[in-house]
Structures are given as C-alpha cells and as structure tokens.
Write a protein that binds this ligand. Structure first.
Ligand SMILES: Nc1nc2c(ncn2[C@@H]2O[C@H](COP(=O)(O)OP(=O)(O)OP(=O)(O)O)[C@@H](O)[C@H]2O)c(=O)[nH]1
Length: 382
C-alpha cells in the first residue's frame, strides 16, 4: 500500500491554474504522465492472443465478464492502459532498452537491464488498448472499437493456417476504414518450429498484399512467454502522434457508461453517473458544466419521440487509476459527473456525445431524404 502511494506521488501534478491549452501537446509531460494519448486496437481471429498481448504489455487482464470467463472468449470491448519507456543510455542493448509498464508507473523508473541498472528510463508514450472480441458474431463490437483507433495490432496465431475467417474480416474492416499504423503480431511462436514460423511469415506477407497492411511490420512474439514484447514496444513508440485539437470546445464520444454505486448504498455515499470514452477535441476540466446529447429519450402522449439533453457537472476525471484535473483528446478516460446514476447504468449512454453546454450539434429525430426519380433505390424516406 505504502509502495503504491509513493509511486502515485512520482507521476506529475496537474494544476488547472497553470493550464494553457494552447501550449499542450499529446506528449506534454503533465499529460502523458497521467493520461494515454493514443488508442491502439487489438484485432484478429478468436483466441489468437489479443487479451494475452494486452496483459503482456500493460500487466492488466482486460475486464472479464462472467459470460466471458465461462466461454473463454472476449465478448465486450476490453480496455487497458500502458506506458512505453526507453533506457536513456544509448548503449543499452536493443531491444531490451524498451520496456512497458502499467499506467500508474513513475515517469523515470530505473532500467532493469543488467549493466544499466543505474540508468533511468524515459517515458515515450502512454497508450490505451482497445481489445476487440474475435468471435464472428461480435463483429459490430469490433467495428465500434475501430472508430477510436489510431493504430492496431493484428494478431495471427502461428499454430494455425493464415488467414482464419476473422483475420480476414477484421483486416477488411480496418482496410475499409483506412486505418494506418498496423502492426502484425505473429503470436504463439513458442508452439512451432523455426521453419514453420518462416513459412507462415511468407503466407502472412502474401495475405497482406494489396491491403492497407501491405508494408506493415510482422513481429514474431509469444505473448504468453513475454518473448519479443520489447520489440513490440519499439514499434509502438514509432507510431506517429496523431494531430490533436486542444483548443476547440471539448467533445467526447461515450463508449461506456456505468452506475458505480453498490446495491443498498446510502444516499449520502451515492456517486453520480460515470461515462467513459475518448475526447475527439478540446480539453475537459474538473468542475466544468457539461451537456450530453441526445440525452434522455422519451415519447409524448401522441407517440412522438422527444430528447432532453442532460446537464451535469464534472466531479472527477480518471485515466484508469490516475486522477486527472484535465483530460485531453486521445486515450480513454472516465468522467465522474453529478448526474442521476440511473441514467448511466449498464452502458445506457453509449453513443451519446458530451461537451461544453450549448456547443453540441442539433439533435434530429427524423431523417428526410429527397427521392430522385432516376435513383429510387438510393434514397429512403423515413
Ligand atoms: N502457447 C501460447 N499460448 C498463448 C499465447 N498467447 C495466448 N495464448 C493462449 O491462447 C488462448 C487465447 O488467448 P486470448 O488472449 O484469450 O485470445 P483472444 O484473441 O483475446 O481471444 P478472443 O478475444 O476471445 O477472440 C489462451 O488460452 C492463451 O493462454 C502464446 O504466445 N503462446
């Protein structure tokens, strides 16, 4: 416990009084010390090792729901954050000089490579993983995760022929979305011989031809044995930082929402609704008033749908266990609000947009299309 507290104090303080959003950058030390600023997706066929890779890099087993444990497959999107470091001594041997830790790790931990233990490591990136289900019936969940990815790992198990059905489907999906920064992880190499790995490497290269991943690196790893994970860290550090807009009014897409109160919790201990997601632009601050749209959906007596925006105050901001005073675009954050928690329970606010009061787009409850005579099938009137 003491150790954990000491560690917390070593990550940088955020001070709202000194905040100047025009000077922020996704690699500003006061930002990446606490919050991830890049989202990396984990895609690929069922059981090829996506969740195991996330655990190898972040030290975190993405949430397992009861049904997932029973079926041993990922059902919901999983989330975990990690920090990527490099030894400050240039003579530290490659790839051992790269290392990853969980999100709460101090910013300059000592290097653990023998002979370099007196050297410090430098924090290069703070990332969020979005662990997608590999099962065919869960393709829509994979697609909703893909909307926030800045790059992705495509997992291919070395002990199966390539491509398997969801390897193909997931690659097609990111191909259509034109997702850049793909890294192919040839996983489970501990289960095969070297020549089999080489042959499969050729098959993978063939499979990638003509796709968005044609020139992508193919890295042989064993996620279970932590083999070559340091090389993967180097590839993560090479992903270019996406351009982010820090100065516009903030806007966040909600991809999770919860009621964090335990059943039977007293009114005085009750916490407001929590929403999780990724900020698209702008900076959210603790104590700021926000609006969620479309908000509460209702029907009038004559059956018409009406939407009432939810107005609320931000009471806390979190990136995993790291408390934030402000949150920037990029990695996944949790926003604690003063709203009635029954509004946010069980992902009820997924798909809503959160932002500054009065700055969010209009809500439309009807879509009208114009039908051109010659293009009857192209337009539908709702
Ligand atoms: N031998 C070996 N087994 C591995 C390796 N990586 C993962 N596994 C095993 O493969 C199985 C599936 O791993 P997961 O990480 O759950 O696979 P997944 O792709 O996340 O599965 P879904 O999300 O359900 O599609 C587990 O039993 C892991 O222990 C590896 O490098 N070597």
């Amino acid at each position: 416990m003491l150790k954990k507290m000491a560690q917390k104090e070593i990550i940088m303080e955020q001070d709202l009084r000194k905040l100047d959003v025009t000077k922020l950058h996704p690699l500003s030390p006061e930002v990446i010390s606490r919050q991830p600023t890049i989202n990396i997706g984990l895609i690929g066929h069922v059981a090829h090792g996506k969740t195991t890779v996330v655990r190898a890099i972040s030290g975190i087993q993405t949430t397992r729901f009861k049904c997932e444990l029973e079926r041993n497959i990922t059902v919901k999107l999983g989330y975990a954050n990690a920090k990527i470091y490099k030894c400050e001594d240039e003579s530290c041997p490659w790839p051992l000089c790269y290392k990853s830790y969980g999100s709460a790790k101090e910013d300059n931990p000592p290097c653990d490579v023998p002979g370099f233990k007196n050297c410090k490591m430098k924090l290069l990136r703070h990332i969020s993983f979005v662990d997608c289900p590999g099962h065919e019936i869960l393709m829509t969940r994979m697609l909703s995760g893909a909307t926030i990815m800045d790059g992705a790992f495509l997992l291919i198990a070395a002990n199966e022929s390539c491509p398997q059905p969801q390897t193909l489907e997931h690659l097609s999906a990111v191909d259509i979305l034109k997702l850049q920064n793909l890294i192919i992880l040839q996983n489970k190499v501990d289960t095969i011989q070297q020549d089999q790995a080489r042959n499969q490497y050729k098959a993978i290269r063939e499979f990638l031809k003509g796709t968005v991943a044609e020139g992508a690196p193919v890295v042989p790893i064993s996620a279970q044995l932590n083999y070559n994970i340091d090389a993967v860290c180097e590839y993560i550090a090479r992903i270019p930082i996406p351009k982010r807009d820090f100065v516009s009014p903030p806007r966040m897409v909600v991809i999770r929402s919860f009621d964090v109160n335990k059943p039977g919790c007293g009114i005085d201990d009750m916490k407001g609704g929590v929403v999780g997601g990724s900020i698209i632009k702008g900076v959210l601050k603790v104590n700021q008033m926000v609006e969620l749209r479309p908000g509460i959906l209702d029907k009038t007596a004559d059956g018409k749908t009406i939407c009432r925006p939810i107005y609320s105050r931000i009471v806390s901001l979190f990136a995993e266990q790291n408390k934030l005073q402000f949150a920037v675009p990029g990695g996944l954050i949790g926003v604690g609000t003063s709203m009635d928690p029954s509004l946010s329970r069980s992902d009820m606010l997924v798909g809503q947009v959160l932002g500054d009061v009065g700055t969010l787009p209009e809500v439309y409850i009807e879509l009208k299309g114009l039908r051109k005579k010659s293009q009857k099938s192209m337009w539908r009137i709702w």
